[in-house]
Write a protein that binds this ligand. Structure first.
Ligand code: F6P
Ligand code: MN
Length: 334
C-alpha cells in the first residue's frame, strides 16, 4: 500500500484545489505535531506522572486535570513561534492568548479544547483534542476577544485527534473529511480514510440518559420514541452508546453513523447544554457537515450562530442527517 503522509496530502490538496495556503498548511502541521506530543504524554499514563488532578479550576469552574494543563501548554508553545497565528483561545484559559512580541504574527486565529473528555483521562478511556481555525479580521495584528466571535461558517479548518487504541487525526479544510493514523514507530501521520461520509440512516444514539428527568419535552419525545423500539412509532430497535468523550463518540458516528446529543435542560438557564460553542460545537459541526451529516442546537444550524461569548455553551444535536432533522423538527413543532 502506498502511504500518503499528512505533509504530502496537504501539499497535493494545495496543488489541486488551491485551498490550503502555505501558512494554513504550516498551522495544521504544527497542531498535528502538538497532538503527537500530547498522544505521547497520554500514552505514558502513570509512568509519566501525568494522571490526576492539578488542584486548580478553569474559567467554567471545572477542576483541571494535570493533562488538561499540560496539553494546553503543549499547544500554546508549539503554535507561538511559527509566524502563522495572530492569537489563540483555549477552553482552559479565561481570555485569549496573544503571540509574544518576539515572534512574527500571521493571519489565523486558533481555538482549541486541549483535552476533551477529561473524566476519562485517569481511567484509560479514549480522549482527544479539538481545534478550530478562523481568520483574523484584515490588518488586525493584535485581535481582541470580540474578533474571535465569528460564526462557525467562517472556519477555514477544523479537526480533532483521538488518543485511543489508535491515535487518529480527523481534518477538514472545507473540502471533505480525511482521517490520518499516527504511525507510532515512524512518528508520522498516514492518510487512512479519505472523504469520510456519515451514513444518513442509523439505529444508534448517544446521550447522557442520567439527565432524562431534566430534559425538555421535544427531547423527552424523541428519546422515548427511540426507546420504544420495534413496536413504537419508529418501528425499529435503537442501540445506545455514551463514551463521555465527545471526540470518541463523534469518531464512532463518523465511521458508522449515529446521533449525538447534549441538549439544554431545565436545570440552569445560564448553562444551555454542556458543550462549548467555540471549542467543541463549531469545529465538530464543520466536520460533521463536511461528512454529509447535520448539526443543530435543536432549533438552528450550529454554524449559523453568532457567538456572544468566548466560552458560551450551546445545546448540540449532531450526526446522521435523518435523525438530526427529526429531533430538530420536534423542537420546531414544540
Ligand atoms: O467536554 C465536555 C465533555 O467531556 C464531552 O467530551 C463529553 O461528551 C461530555 O462532556 C460528557 O458529559 P457527561 O459528564 O455529562 O457525561
Ligand atoms: Mn471538551
Amino acid at each position: 500500500m502506498k502511504r500518503i503522509s499528512l505533509t504530502q496530502y496537504l501539499v497535493e490538496e494545495q496543488r489541486s484545489h488551491d485551498s490550503i495556503p502555505a501558512e494554513l498548511r504550516l498551522l495544521i502541521e504544527v497542531v498535528a505535531r502538538a497532538c503527537k506530543t500530547i498522544s505521547h504524554a497520554v500514552g505514558k499514563g502513570a509512568l509519566g506522572e501525568v494522571l490526576g488532578s492539578a488542584h486548580s479550576e478553569n474559567v467554567q469552574g471545572e477542576v483541571q486535570k494535570k493533562l488538561d494543563i499540560l496539553s494546553n501548554e503543549i499547544l500554546l508553545e508549539a503554535n507561538e513561534w511559527g509566524g502563522h497565528l495572530a492569537a489563540m483561545a483555549s477552553e482552559e484559559m479565561e481570555t485569549i492568548h496573544q503571540i509574544p512580541h518576539r515572534y512574527p504574527k500571521g493571519e489565523y486565529m486558533l481555538l482549541f479544547d486541549p483535552l476533551d473528555g477529561s473524566s476519562n483521562i485517569d481511567v484509560n478511556v479514549s480522549i482527544g483534542t479539538i481545534f478550530s481555525v478562523l481568520k483574523a479580521p484584515d490588518g488586525m495584528a493584535t485581535p481582541t476577544e470580540a474578533d474571535f466571535l465569528q460564526p462557525g461558517s467562517k472556519q477555514v479548518a477544523a479537526g480533532y485527534a483521538v488518543y485511543g487504541p489508535q491515535t487518529v487525526l480527523v481534518l477538514t479544510t472545507g473540502n471533505g473529511v480525511n482521517c490520518f493514523t499516527l504511525d507510532r514507530e515512524m512518528g508520522s501521520w498516514v492518510l487512512t480514510q479519505q472523504q469520510m461520509q456519515i451514513p444518513t440512516e442509523t439505529a444508534e444514539y448517544a446521550i447522557n440518559a442520567s439527565n432524562a428527568r431534566h430534559w425538555y419535552p421535544p427531547v423527552q419525545r424523541y428519546i422515548s420514541e427511540l426507546e420504544a423500539g420495534k413496536t413504537g412509532p419508529r418501528g425499529k430497535d435503537f442501540n445506545m452508546r455514551w463514551i463521555a468523550s465527545m471526540v470518541a463518540d463523534v469518531h464512532r458516528i463518523l465511521n458508522r453513523g449515529g446521533v449525538f446529543m447534549y441538549p439544554a435542560d431545565a436545570r440552569d438557564p445560564s448553562k444551555p447544554g454542556r458543550l462549548r460553542l467555540m471549542y467543541e460545537a463549531n469545529p465538530i459541526a464543520f466536520i460533521v457537515e463536511q461528512a454529509g451529516g447535520a448539526a443543530t442546537t435543536g432549533t438552528e444550524r450550529i454554524m449559523d450562530l453568532q457567538p456572544t461569548q468566548l466560552h458560551q455553551r450551546v445545546p448540540v444535536f449532531l450526526g446522521s442527517k435523518n435523525e438530526v432533522e427529526l429531533v430538530t423538527r420536534y423542537h420546531q413543532q414544540a
